[in-house]
Design a protein around this ligand. Sequence first.
Ligand code: CA2
Length: 145
Amino acid sequence: MKFLILHGPNLNLLGVREPGVYGSKTLADINSSLEELAAVLGCELSIFQSNGEGALVDAIQAAALDCRGILINPAAYTHTSIAIRDALSAVGLPCVEVHLSNIHRREEFRHTSLVVPIAVGQICGFGHDSYLLGLRALYNHVKNR
Ligand code: CA2
């Protein structure tokens, strides 16, 4: 069972810039924790980060070939991207949206997600644990359906 892990724009800067907002863990640290959890669960991951909307759409489309679900932190595209939402909707794979921060207690423009209406669910506010909780939730959802 393989899952696509997608990180959106600027998440490559995690741990490098603004550690006060998003924590000191790097994206590589988060990816290692996800790989460790995947080994425990017995699933495989394909991990991709891009700052480009089109590249994220391409990765979502390609996931239809060999993945059973998508774990995505669309970052700022959460609040703006109809293209990412349409791609997720088109491939029809179960999708879990995650965020490091609690987007609902931040600026009003972060309260809306264009992705969550077509996702299985959303996990936010737990720092890098949001990703681990999200992977467990996605795995359980796919296994039990
Ligand atoms: O809390 C999250 O995970 C977000 O998806 C992070 C996005 C933000 O636009 C969303 O509203 C919530 C921003 C990611 C930017 O990451 C940075 C990391 C280090 C330094 C600067 C930006």
